[in-house]
Design a binder for this molecule. Structure first.
Ligand SMILES: Cc1ncc(COP(=O)(O)O)c(C=O)c1O
Length: 710
């Protein structure tokens, strides 16, 4: 089995074909279980990048603009002794992939290539009837065809005697003539029928390895029978069986001379039942000899994939234990938790006092429902009002539920107190908001993915730009009952509004008799350096939503808090929750607040957050666009490009640091508030190392910029 890191690079090539459907192939595969399956098979795959298709009126320029950076990226992977697996996109990406591999091997000797395809892909601009560039990549790699694409080979075209083609069953005479003239061995489908794929693959392997420095395999998925793999760019009837091809590939997979692989022409639009994505995973697994399950940690992964909804795409780590700022995976590897479950673990994992309170209360009284009183909840109510300046509390479980309560409170207050006709009340929210993903909440969202397929949305919501108080004033009408806002947008990318924004919003809301409701699920309870983020501007909102850290990193506990007159719109039966306010949750939340106060965690967040931001700002990298945040809620925004925030997070994970990407370009750091300076230094050092590994730290700035954004 392959003993090198597999670096997966997506090539979103769609401009080589008339139908651009393959452009979405890599992103769809990134979301599939491909990496999980390779991992289960004993490999350590990493999704390194997806090279985008740049807009250009000219198809040739578009293909060149994708293949040039792809070539450089593949070359750098081979040069650092990792194994590139390129996932297309239409097969025009092969020009980038194999020019990069050939360039990396150049000083060692020629590159051999096994081209597995229903087509020959050996057209030149003179022989093609369709003009489609995905019919030309093999000719290009052999030094024939469109000049600006051939130029990517930098004068080192592949030597025909080391190249062979397997599986051909659809071609034009011009292509066959070119390959035959050059001396490329072609194994058409009928020869495979006669001799068997195993024997053919053995001969192909000999061609690709004899007197070469190494060899690669490129697979156009249309070589497989469309009955098995319908989701391809240009399907051709009949074809190889996937299992037979996987078996033949497994025979060459153990050869250490195998340098790189490519699987192209995956078209998700035609893959309605995911069959073709499974074929991609089967073939990749076979190519790496990763058929066997490595140990039972695969079991956990498999179970999650098989039985769980696929509504998360977790980073590849399984955590089994936590203590303070650290967590451990099932192999005993320790990680620095720089995310603390989106602020829910502000106290650190398994805080000893909270663990004790939890255990004691769990053995005393847990859930009674609110059909009866329990002796913990009223004490929590009092403490919450003391620390927030609010007058009344309605307890819930998750953040989303408390937001729903806030919306209901605002609507009923608007209808019963302000006097807006019930069906006309309006609530204003902000672009880029995140308040959860219930039906009502996504009605306020500006994120297309949260909404797509989940309509119809309830009416009565409006959105305005975040950070623009004048926009709020303009948007308010006599029917406006509330303005719901996060003091700092968390999921939105750690967006800090201009100074004075919240105070101005509070003043505007007061003037128009509109409730200001602050969603401090993420920013509250010390995260930004004050107990509440709204306190930075001396604002006491009319309604306040808390969650996450209120559960001490152990339980879901949330609350809607408000002025007494607002809360008094609720009558018995208007709203409720079986678990909301249960004795166990209340006891833990009470202790969580006490720990925040006694250990001065908000003050700690202020001091260490300032330090953390300074250290991050000191990193000079052309990849970093901005470092921003308040307290220990910090976002590092990277330039858009092939180095995605997800890739940075995966690399940080390799270096023992947990972080989380948002919106493709932002990496979030929100460690437990008990983090130390030394631990912050460790995380910053890991980020520096990762940027260096990706070629984007200080001294190599210019070179990297060219590489990444060419
Ligand atoms: C500001 C904000 N509000 C609400 C929520 C929803 O909280 P939950 O996931 O507990 O429902 C979140 C979660 O990230 C949040 O950040």
């Amino acid at each position: 089995m392959l003993n090198r890191t597999v670096s997966i690079v997506g090539a979103a090539s769609g401009r080589g074909a008339k139908d651009h459907g393959c452009e979405a192939g890599p992103e769809t595969l990134r979301r599939s279980d491909l990496a999980t399956r390779l991992w289960r098979g004993g490999l350590d795959p990493i999704w390194e990048a997806i090279i985008p298709s740049e807009p250009d009126d000219d198809d040739i320029a578009a293909v060149r603009n994708l293949c040039a950076p792809l070539s450089q990226r593949v070359r750098s992977i081979v040069e650092r002794s990792a194994f590139p697996l390129v996932l297309g996109g239409d097969h025009s990406c092969a020009i980038g992939t194999w020019s990069g591999v050939a360039a990396a091997l150049r000083s060692r000797g020629p590159l051999g290539l096994i081209w597995i395809d229903a087509h020959m892909d050996a057209h030149t601009p003179c022989t093609t009837p369709s003009g489609a560039l995905h019919g030309m990549p093999l000719a290009t790699l052999l030094g024939h065809g469109e000049a600006s694409l051939v130029a990517l080979m930098e004068g080192h075209a592949l030597a025909p005697q080391h190249v062979c083609v397997i599986g051909v069953r659809s071609f034009e005479p011009g292509e066959a003539e070119l390959l035959s003239r050059l001396g490329v061995r072609v194994f058409p489908a009928d020869e495979i029928d006669q001799r068997g794929l195993g024997e053919v693959m053995a001969e192909a392997h000999a061609i690709a390895t004899r007197d070469t420095a190494g060899f690669g395999v490129t697979i156009d998925l249309d070589v497989v029978d469309p009955a098995e793999a319908p989701g391809v760019g240009s399907p051709v009837p009949w074809g190889l069986e996937c299992a037979a091809l996987a078996h033949a590939l497994a025979a060459v997979s153990s050869d250490p001379k195998l340098i790189a692989a490519e699987i192209a022409e995956y078209n998700p639009a035609a893959d309605t039942d995911n069959r073709t994505a499974t074929v991609v995973a089967d073939l990749a697994t076979a190519l790496f000899g990763a058929g066997k399950v490595r140990d039972d940690r695969r079991g956990i992964h498999e179970l999650e994939w098989r039985y769980g909804a696929h509504n998360y795409d977790p980073l590849p780590v399984t955590l089994v234990r936590g203590e303070g700022v650290h967590v451990w995976d099932e192999h005993g590897r320790r990680y620095l938790d720089m995310m603390s479950a989106y602020s829910a673990v502000s106290h650190g994992h398994c805080h000893p006092r909270l663990t004790r309170v939890l255990a004691q209360q769990a053995g005393t009284l847990n859930v009674t429902s609110r059909a009866y009183r329990n002796d913990r909840l009223p004490i929590l109510f009092e403490r919450l009002c003391e620390v927030t300046g609010q007058e009344a509390v309605l307890p819930a479980n998750t953040g989303l539920e408390a937001v729903e309560v806030a919306l209901k409170a605002a609507r009923k207050w608007g209808a019963k107190v302000k006097g807006v006709p019930q069906d006309e009340v309006e609530i204003i929210a902000c672009d880029g908001n995140f308040h959860g993903r219930s039906i009502a909440i996504i009605a306020m969202s500006s994120e297309p993915q949260y909404r797509d397929g989940f309509g119809p949305y309830p009416p009565g919501f409006k959105r305005i730009p975040f950070g623009d108080a004048d926009a709020l004033e303009r948007a308010i009408t006599p029917n406006t009952v509330a303005f719901l806002v996060e003091p700092i947008q968390g999921e939105g990318g750690i967006i800090v509004p201009p100074a004075g924004y919240l105070a101005r919003c509070a003043e505007i809301c007061r003037r128009h008799d509109v409730l200001l409701i602050c969603d401090e699920v993420q920013t509250g309870l010390g995260r930004t350096g004050r107990m509440l983020a709204s306190q930075h501007e001396g604002v006491r909102p009319d309604g306040l939503i808390l969650g996450k850290a209120l559960g001490g990193g152990m339980l879901p506990v949330s609350a809607f808090l408000a002025r007494r007159d607002v809360m008094d719109i609720f009558r018995p039966g208007d709203h409720g929750s079986t678990f909301g306010g249960n004795a166990l949750a209340a006891a833990v939340a009470l202790a969580a607040i006490d720990v925040l106060l006694e250990d001065r965690l908000p003050e700690r967040a202020a001091e260490l957050g300032e330090y953390f931001i300074r250290q991050l700002q000191a990193i000079e990298s052309p990849l970093i666009r901005e470092v921003r945040g308040l307290g220990l809620l910090i976002g590092v925004e990277f330039e858009a490009g092939p180095v995605t925030a997800r890739l940075i997070c995966e690399k940080l994970l390799e270096h023992g640091v947990l972080s989380k990407d948002t919106h493709h370009t932002v990496v979030r750091f929100a460690p437990p508030l008990i983090v130390t300076r030394a631990q912050i230094d460790e995380a910053v050092m890991a980020l520096r190392t990762v940027l260096q590994e990706l070629g984007g730290e200080e001294e190599s700035a210019e070179a990297l910029h060219e590489l990444t954004f060419a």
